[in-house]
Design a protein around this ligand. Structure first.
Ligand code: ATP
Length: 393
């Protein structure tokens, strides 16, 4: 049973940097768990701690139910694949894979059987005699994985294994890693800062920031129901539209006002009424994903769930288009949770103008057009600007 459990793990480096803060996590047997977060959030430290390459300051690590906190790396049943494949250039593919079980004192026939089984699984069995330099990047990656798989570990640890490969190959290898992981049935802990990679690969994704796990959920759930502003802003591309707003109460109804417009809460959010009432006449942060804003003419959005906007820019992406428009409302009081993202377009004004994006599947909506956008029912999220947490019941 390749379960992995972290029980209130804290890691403080000698220089005082706290890389992981009392983090608890349980990964199921056979699960592909992705740890996602910006640079420096502690992902690699966590992975190295599970591998035993880094000792922990507090807490326990369990693999397959066994407390391995004090065990040396070689006594933990894990295999790690790093960013660079680090194949031995002078060795054949066969010997590179066999190297993974070198220290096991297995009989030659047993080693041979294992290498051939793994090579077949990874579809590199026709390359066994070649040297690494005669392989493509993708083939090298598979051989590196083979060297880890041949050991038949309980747990597979991967630290940004695709960060050095080009975009097209990355897509292919990502699919391959998922296939191999499921075929072998091994538990995998995969670290990345790339949210697309995390969302397409993970059975579950854990979002990390400053050594703290912010949320753990299946990708779709993480996307639709982010627990806080950080997760909301970090997951999704283009990112969720965010703006400061005020909650108003009138005639027994609740409204969210921003950019000079008033949205009827019940028509656009699924935030429970009672929870929202506590915010009456206070500030909140409103968040709407681009695909949850659509041209109202196409789908009849109810009264009170429409935004009047002036389109500034239209960006065609395959069958759909992104409609850009300015929102007259500050992005956020404090830190911008969208920071980790690449700018969508370098020509954007440098100052922090709040530009929103709607995703449109119709041909309508060009620069200069004044249009009405409907907010998909229940898809407007509201956050507490002080804590960053989503407002819920
Ligand atoms: P990246 O994606 O850039 O690799 P990460 O999320 O993997 O980042 P870590 O490498 O785990 O982050 O680092 C977490 C924090 O611990 C950072 O602030 C980093 O500077 C610090 N850190 C990492 N290794 C050490 C070390 N050996 N000594 C002191 N501080 C360290």
């Amino acid at each position: 049973m390749g379960t992995v459990a972290l029980d209130r793990v804290t890691k403080t480096y000698r220089n005082g940097t706290v890389a992981i803060r009392s983090l608890s996590l349980a990964i199921a047997d056979g699960e592909l768990f992705v740890l996602l977060g910006p640079s420096g959030c502690g992902k690699t430290t966590l992975l190295r701690a599970v591998a035993g390459l880094e000792d922990v300051t507090e807490g326990r690590i369990l693999i397959a139910g066994q407390d391995v906190t004090e065990l040396r790396p070689k006594d933990r049943d894990v295999a790690m694949v790093f960013q660079n494949y680090a194949l031995y250039p002078h060795m054949s593919v066969y010997d590179n894979i066999a190297f993974g079980v070198q220290s096991r004192r297995l009989k030659k026939a047993e080693v041979d059987a294992r290498v051939r089984r793994v090579a077949a699984l990874l579809e590199v069995d026709h390359l066994l005699k070649r040297k690494p330099r005669m392989l493509s990047g993708g083939e090298q990656q598979r051989v590196a994985m083979g060297r880890a798989i041949v050991r038949d570990p309980e747990v597979f640890l991967m630290d940004e294994p695709l960060s050095n490969v080009d975009a097209r190959l990355r897509l292919q290898l990502r699919a391959e890693i998922a296939r191999i992981q499921k075929d072998v049935g091994v538990t995998m802990l995969y670290v990345t800062h790339d949210q697309t990679e995390a969302m397409t690969l993970g059975d579950r994704v854990g979002v990390m920031r400053d050594g703290i796990l912010q949320q753990v959920a299946a990708p779709g759930d993480l996307y639709r129901n982010p627990r806080n502003l950080f997760v909301a802003g970090f997951v999704g591309s283009p990112p969720m539209n965010l703006a400061e707003a005020t909650v108003e109460e009138a005639d027994g109804d609740l409204f969210v006002r921003f950019s000079g417009q008033r949205i009827r809460a019940a028509a656009a959010t699924s935030t429970p009424r009672e929870a929202l009432r506590a915010y009456a006449w206070r500030q909140v942060v409103v968040g709407i994903r681009p695909e949850d804003l659509h041209l109202a003419a196409a789908v009849d959005a109810p009264e009170g769930a429409r935004l009047r906007v002036a389109i500034e820019r239209r960006e065609t992406i395959g069958p759909d288009a992104y409609l850009h428009f300015g929102v007259d409302a500050p992005l956020l009081l404090g830190r911008d949770p969208r920071e980790p993202h690449e700018p969508i377009d370098e020509s954007w004004p440098a100052e922090r103008r709040n530009v929103w994006i709607a995703r449109s599947s119709t041909g309508a909506g060009g620069p200069g057009d004044a249009v009405e956008l409907g907010i998909r029912s229940g898809r407007m999220l509201l956050f507490d600007p002080r804590t960053g947490d989503v407002i819920e019941g």
